[in-house]
Ligand binder design. Structure first.
Ligand SMILES: *Cc1c(COP(=O)(O)O)cnc(C)c1O
Length: 357
């Protein structure tokens, strides 16, 4: 048991009265976890304290060079009251892979998980009860050392904050319209695409804003060199059912974020005996499959939406209406099974769920 100091808040906030009106990421709980890193000393002073602003030196390196990483996961309330996490060890493993890419010192994964469980335990009344709601968890690390020369910082903060969130699709699973981005790129081979680091998201905002203006929900990113090979959709990984095969871009370019929902989807499809292939997939091949009638389903995967069916793809002048704009049988089955496991409604044969006791 790590020595996590706990300081409880003296004035607790009101919990939301109407859980059906919860949005994403606007409301935060009463407490947060925080831990410091100092060169020569390592990580120290893990503590849970009242939620609130932190003070930073104006020369803190995060403010100038964006040296930071983050994670996203959820705590779910089962009908029988159990509090469940979904593969949280994978998030802290990925946090450390992201840390490595942007020269942030490694975090003790066991300590991070213990801190998270303790924080969720303290905040368990903040986990909403309504159907399809959850408590979103945001661990992150920022460079706080004050210095203006470009080099890795010598001081950091690791924090975890929590936010109750509503259903991603209040009206049920609705296929989204996706704009295939041919001008901007998110990242390139050799870049930081495999890391959950802020700069990737700053780089994506303009494409996202322009797609919104054209009434599209998200963009589909193509590779940064040839603008041909499919990478991701918005902040989700992406799958294509072509004929009887399910194809998702392989991770070997290092430009794609290795999603935990992606990994779970692959493992689940294989457990059902369905053929899943991780390989390079070009937009031309998708268009060809559309034209010859073998493109059956397209869907995104990620913690926020779990499974997000794509009903419409626009690539230049070409419009592809997938499965008549309706949710496909495979997307629906994946959604029902993954969310069933996450909310503890169905048995978890994979050992993915971790109960916070
Ligand atoms: C977080 C993220 C994903 C999805 O990862 P999950 O672990 O499944 O939530 C996919 N792509 C990007 C760019 C992301 O930031």
């Amino acid at each position: 048991m790590a020595n996590i100091k706990i300081e409880l808040s003296a004035n607790l906030k009101e919990k939301p009265a109407d859980e059906s009106k919860l949005s994403f990421g606007d409301l935060f709980t009463d407490h947060m976890f925080i831990m410091n890193y100092t060169e020569g000393q390592g990580w120290h002073d893990p503590r849970i304290v009242p939620y609130g602003p932190i003070s930073l030196d104006p020369a803190a390196m995060i403010l100038h060079y964006g040296q930071e990483v983050f994670e996203g996961m959820k705590a779910y309330r089962a009908e029988d009251g159990r509090v469940l996490l979904f593969r949280p060890q994978e998030n802290f493993k990925r946090l450390n892979r992201s840390n490595d890419r942007v020269c942030i010192p490694q975090v003790d994964e066991a300590l991070a998980l213990e801190a998270l469980e303790e924080l969720v335990r303290i905040e368990k009344d903040w986990i909403p009860h309504a159907k399809d709601t959850s408590l979103y968890i945001r661990p992150f690390v920022i460079a706080t050392g004050p210095h203006l020369g470009v080099r890795p910082a010598s001081e950091y903060l690791f924090m975890i904050i929590l936010s109750p969130v509503g259903p991603y699709y209040p009206e049920g699973l609705d296929p989204v319209k996706i704009y295939v981005e041919t001008n901007y790129v998110r990242t390139v081979k050799g870049g930081t695409g495999m890391a959950k680091t802020g700069g990737n998201y700053a780089a994506s905002l303009k494409a996202q804003a322009e797609a919104k203006e054209k009434q599209y929900t998200q963009v589909l990113w193509l590779d940064g060199v040839e603008r041909r090979y499919i990478e991701e959709v918005g902040t989700m990984n992406v799958f294509f059912q072509i004929g009887d095969e399910i194809v998702t871009p392989s991770l070997d370019t290092g430009s794609i974020l290795p999603g935990i929902t992606r990994m779970s989807t692959i493992e689940m499809l294989r457990s059902w005996g369905l053929p899943v292939v991780e390989r390079r997939l070009s937009i031309d091949e998708v268009a060809e499959a559309y034209d010859n009638g073998t493109l059956k389903e397209v869907f995104g995967t990620g913690t926020a939406a779990v499974i997000s069916p794509v009903g419409h793809l626009k690539w230049g002048e070409k419009i592809m209406n997938i499965n008549d704009g309706k949710i496909g049988a495979l997307s629906q089955k994946l959604y029902d099974t993954l969310t069933g496991i996450q909310w503890g409604k169905i048995e978890d044969p994979f050992g993915w769920v971790v109960e916070v006791k």
